[in-house]
Design a protein around this ligand. Structure first.
Ligand code: FES
Ligand SMILES: [Fe+2]
Length: 426
């Protein structure tokens, strides 16, 4: 795979001229409304690609486990750290008679913990942390039984930079780092390893997962939807012309993945900094933490090497967003629960604070980011209801919305290719 080109805006002034394969016209919105499309999307997008499900720090030692209840995959996933430190994934099912293997009070609630082995509460069978059967109970009753054919069903699982990924496609032969492509290679050297100060939250929204991801694929909406949070942007936007605060520094595309690079002030004090942020040296992009500035910046961050650089946002196909700012990184994972609903999980990773000021700065950042994400979410349920009305067939996208175009095209192409392949087999 060749290095994704470092894209600067074409001389024409339009990003679309750098990516002519995406087209320029209206984009069908049926992929965000149609229940039949959703069924195909589950099969050809979510069950065939690497999916981020946990950080390694959530499985701290041998025997650590956690479960993920992922409606879009039609299964519960069990992640376990084995005695040799390998992180493994399984369908959360006992191969004796199919009992759900690991859960606490409610079989549909995710759980976490640590155990020396996997134990099924139905008939007491025990399994090693690699899924193999240790011992059935009442082995004297078993007929024609081969213990080696009775293991907890495994799922492909790999770790990239501490991010645990699974792939439900038994035919998959691509490693997760190859799947993540040149963008991942461009992040080599980034200090992903813990310990981190982590803030997590999740929300369920009555809208298709893609229309929320779209909101993080452009910042054109900033002066309008975020007028409360970023008043200065709104003042500039009144000129209704090129906006240095919201027009991306770069848009890059690598296969099914996309990223954009975004403005910031070197001092980290922006035109929209509030007094409390200046006091605590924090911002919605994170504390003004200069530790680590001595490290060389990975090649893939700030790809235009802009002096006024703020953050980079990567969207790894299909549903994993990784955002880098001055002092940490944030992830978003978008999990469909239906054609018109999904769960978004947000995680913010900062360096452990070493002073009260830093801790307060982090808490302020989290509060501001939560406000901003809520602003991003605010139009979506009404928007989905109106998309469902059938009054429109297409989105009309501008040049700063090129990554929105790319997400929808990539999903639509994956579904079309999957359907064609399925048709060829029948
Ligand atoms: S179903 Fe698990 S031991 Fe019987
Ligand atoms: Fe936004």
């Amino acid at each position: 795979m060749s290095r994704a080109p470092r894209v600067t805006k074409p001389a024409s002034g339009f990003w679309h001229d750098a990516y002519p394969e995406l087209g320029r016209g209206p984009v069908s919105l049926k992929d965000s409304t149609c229940p039949e499309f959703y069924e195909k999307e589950k099969e050809h997008v979510f069950r065939k690609n690497w999916l981020y499900v946990a950080r390694v720090e959530q499985l701290p030692g041998p025997g650590s486990y956690l479960t993920r209840e992922l409606e879009v995959l039609g299964t519960s996933v069990l992640l376990v750290r084995d005695r040799d430190d390998t992180i493994r994934a399984f369908h959360n099912i006992c191969p004796h008679r199919g009992n759900k293997l690991v859960w606490q009070d409610d079989p549909f609630q995710e759980t976490t913990g640590s155990a020396p082995l996997l134990y099924c509460r139905f008939h007491g069978w025990r399994y090693n942390l690699d899924g193999s059967l240790i011992k059935p109970t009442r082995a004297d009753l078993l007929l024609d039984f081969e213990p080696e054919s009775c293991s907890v069903p495994a799922i492909q699982c790999e770790v990239w930079e501490g991010f645990v990924f699974i792939n439900l496609d038994p035919g998959n032969t691509t490693s997760v780092s190859d799947f993540l492509g040149e963008f991942a290679r461009g992040l080599d050297g980034y200090p992903f390893e813990g310990p981190h100060q982590v803030y997590r939250f999740r929300a369920e929204l009555q809208c298709n997962w893609k229309i929320f991801m779209d909101g993080f694929a452009e910042s054109y909406h900033g002066p309008y939807l975020h007028a409360n949070s970023f008043g200065a942007l709104t003042e500039v936007a009144k000129m209704d012309a090129a906006n240095p605060y919201t027009d991306a520094l770069a848009y890059q595309i690598d296969g099914p993945h996309r990223m954009f690079s975004f403005y910031g002030e070197p001092s980290q004090q922006t035109p929209f900094s509030r007094p409390i942020e200046c006091l605590t040296e924090s911002s919605p992009a994170g504390p003004w933490d200069k530790s680590g500035a001595e490290r060389p910046m990975p090649e893939g961050l700030n790809p235009t090497r802009a002096e006024k650089y703020g953050f980079d946002s990567f969207q790894f196909f299909p549903n994993f967003v990784l955002i880098f700012s001055s002092s940490g990184f944030t992830t978003h994972a978008h999990w469909p629960t239906g054609p018109h609903s999904h769960v978004v999980e947000v995680e913010m990773f900062f360096r452990p604070p070493t002073s009260y000021k830093q801790r307060i700065g982090q808490e302020l950042t989290v509060a501001f980011l939560n406000d901003i994400v809520l602003e991003d979410a605010s139009p979506l349920e009404g928007m989905q209801a109106m998309l469902n009305s059938g009054a429109l067939d297409e989105f009309h996208l501008n040049d700063e919305e090129i990554l929105v175009r790319h997400l929808h095209k990539t999903v639509q192409d994956a579904v079309a290719a999957g359907e064609a392949q399925a048709g060829a087999k029948t």
